[in-house]
Design a protein around this ligand. Structure first.
Ligand code: SAH
Ligand code: SF4
Ligand code: F3S
Length: 440
């Protein structure tokens, strides 16, 4: 009987992608994935450090594992990911969470098999949280999630040092994979039945620095791989986006007309204090340029409310920006202080209550805009890549439009993995209800 591994992933798609590599490496040493931690011989928590909430969740869930470890003393518990690259966190886990066997950081991912092997042999606490910058380890096995979409990292790390953000500290300096390695991974995913490729990086537009290739050129090559039906990518940083990229997107039918372009806020003083490297005017220019190449492009963004020093008057500029851009989706966050970042020592000028009320206003405005945009989809016929059965309603299939909008409709299993026409019959704020469209 093979041993079992249970993996819980917090954070962004980069972490999800790392967890797929952990699953791949675990298989090589005899661990099969399981979906219930009670059944596991090895539990891995892959953590995120981007906001305090994410960290608190990890601490809570980790505390709860103590009872399981008491019941099953041979259980191995490993904690990895971005939080482990913060020295204070790794120390705290060693000190307080004595039932944890292994901690390892993002730079030690490739050593997973050795670390588990060591824990199987001895009962000491094993730690590998060194901060080694700039390495890329190719050739790690991957067990991808079920479905039709495969994520492929094209670069790691970040050099931007936005003043609020912990990512550059926990993921290290920016480094790009070789084009050949990326294309080989894409071809392999297609061979294994994946239809959609998501290219991942913290700032994909700076892919290829020092390598004589731009992101737009890479994208064009991925689009030409036989069998790739759809390509998406994230995240694009507004300071580095090029007209060449928009041109390439508009030229290839299989590159989805969707752009995630985090703006963070709409006020120039705050943008400067965040070290974002663009003004709202430059950002509007980019949106106009993207829409001039692709009139139907869907655009999403990230917003931080309550950055230190932001007044409510400055926040009004963010609301104004939302009204002007009219995003399809907005991911909004209340600023969370991250120790060691420049913003952590900046002073607040408004109260937490005022931040919360600004945040709620932003949600109201954006919900209205989302609903208005989705209403325009009524009776439209959209090509949808069918991803699978809905988790909440087994009668229903779910899929996405080219622009990434979630669509629910009734249909048979043979449709899964195909791009089919769906007529939208009932648009909601967060998704679109529809029916399979058969031409008369
Ligand atoms: N590299 C991507 C985003 C990475 S983190 C980019 O530059 O867009 C994802 C999002 O988390 C960010 O866009 C930002 O909106 C949010 N975020 C990052 N640090 C944060 C913090 N300290 N508090 C609140 N939100 C934060
Ligand atoms: Fe963080 Fe800025 Fe880098 Fe994005 S670009 S990961 S927000 S530092
Ligand atoms: Fe979180 Fe690390 Fe991603 S901090 S957002 S999991 S890069």
């Amino acid at each position: 009987m093979s041993k079992k591994i249970y993996i819980e992933t917090y954070g962004c798609q980069q972490n999800v992608s790392d967890s797929e590599k952990i699953a791949g490496m675990a298989k090589e040493i005899g661990y099969a994935l399981c979906s219930d931690k009670e059944d596991a011989d090895l539990i891995v928590y892959n953590t995120c450090a981007v906001r305090e909430n994410a960290e608190l969740k990890v601490y809570g869930n980790l505390g709860a594992l103590k009872a399981l470890k008491n019941k099953k003393p041979d259980l191995i518990i490993a904690v990895c990911g971005c939080m482990m690259q913060e020295t204070s966190v790794a120390d705290r886990i060693k000190r307080v969470y004595k039932h944890v066997d292994i901690v390892f950081g993002t730079h030690a991912l490739h050593k997973f098999k050795e670390l588990v092997h060591a824990a199987e042999q001895e009962h000491d606490f094993i730690s590998d949280v060194e901060n080694i910058d700039g390495e890329i380890h190719e050739g790690l096995p991957i067990i991808r999630g079920e479905g039709v979409c495969a994520s492929v990292s094209i670069m790691y790390g970040c050099n931007n040092f936005c003043t609020y953000c912990i990512v550059p500290y926990v993921r290290g300096r920016e480094r790009s994979r070789d084009k050949e390695d990326i294309l080989a991974e894409v071809k392999d995913a297609v061979k294994n039945g994946y239809k959609e490729i998501m290219l991942l990086g913290q700032n994909v537009n700076s892919y290829g620095k020092g390598k004589d290739i731009t992101f737009a050129e890479l994208l064009e090559e991925v689009a030409s791989v036989e069998g790739v039906e759809r390509i998406r990518f994230m995240t694009s940083h507004p300071k580095d986006i090029s007209e060449e990229l928009l041109r390439v997107m508009s030229r290839h039918a299989n590159i989805c007309k969707q752009l995630h372009l985090p703006v963070q806020c709409g006020n120039n003083r705050v943008l400067k204090s965040m070290n974002r490297g663009y003004t709202r005017e430059k950002y509007f220019g980019l949106i106009n340029m993207a829409r001039s190449y692709m009139p139907d492009i869907t655009i999403s963004t990230d917003i931080i409310v309550g950055f230190p020093g932001e007044t409510t008057e400055e926040f009004e500029d963010t609301i104004d920006l939302l009204e002007r851009v009219r995003y399809d989706t907005v991911f909004s966050f209340i600023y969370s202080k991250r120790a060691g970042t420049p913003a952590a020592t900046m002073e607040d000028v408004i109260s937490p209550e005022e931040k919360k009320s600004n945040f709620n206003r932003l949600l109201d405005v954006q919900n209205r805009i989302c609903a208005e945009i989705n209403d325009t989809y009524l009776n439209k016929i959209c090509p949808v890549l069918v991803e699978g059965r809905s988790k909440t309603d087994p009668e229903t299939l779910t899929g996405r439009t080219d622009g990434g909008k979630l669509v629910h409709f009734k249909g048979s299993d043979e449709l899964i993995g195909k791009i089919i026409d769906v007529k939208i019959t009932d648009p909601k704020t967060w998704s679109l209800m529809g029916e399979v469209y058969e031409q008369a």
